[in-house]
Design a protein around this ligand. Structure first.
Ligand code: NI
Length: 171
């Protein structure tokens, strides 16, 4: 396992559309291990492979609370099959946009298909935090960030802030 660097806004790679995984290889399993290590270290509850610079449709997640045992979830080629018309607001954050949190409106319920680490097709219906997190991470696989769902004013403000910070760091 290896800790990987998390790409931060405005890194252009975050806007790439990731490629589907064709076969579950040993390399892919190693990528998933690295993603979990990186996600737990951050710490975060969800990570898409593109956030460590790998443009593959792979998502790791663990929504267990701090005092609970780990509950590792892996979604390969996740795809939303259905989403509810009912929508709700939840505060979101992103490891690629550190220390910025904003409410995002999304469908309350989604049905998602994906492959598990054995390459087996799975389908789940999600609500609550799982639904929010799945939509957020699936967005990542399509080059979409949660700030794309907030007002232009707020998005411009946070984008500028991160662009400035990146410029300063490069000096
Ligand atoms: Ni994110």
């Amino acid at each position: 396992m290896a800790l990987r660097e998390i790409l931060i806004l405005p890194d252009k790679r975050l806007r790439l559309v990731s490629e589907p995984v064709k076969t579950i290889t040993a390399d892919l399993k190693k990528l998933v291990e690295d993603m979990f290590e990186t996600m737990y270290d951050a710490p975060g509850i969800g990570l898409a492979a593109i956030q460590i610079g790998v443009a593959k449709r792979v998502v790791t997640m663990d929504l267990a609370k701090k005092d609970e045992d780990q509950e590792r979830r892996v979604f390969i080629n996740p795809e939303i099959l259905w989403s509810s018309e009912e929508r709700s607001l939840h505060e979101e954050g992103c490891l690629s946009i550190p220390e910025f949190y904003e409410e995002v409106e999304r469908p309350v319920k989604v049905r998602v298909k994906f492959l598990d680490l054995d390459g087996k097709a799975q389908e789940i219906e999600a609500t609550g935090l799982l639904a929010t997190c799945l939509q957020h991470e699936i967005d990542h696989t399509n080059g979409v960030l949660f700030i794309d769902h907030i007002s232009k004013l707020k998005r411009d403000r946070i984008t500028k802030k991160f662009a400035k910070a990146a410029k300063r760091a490069a000096e």
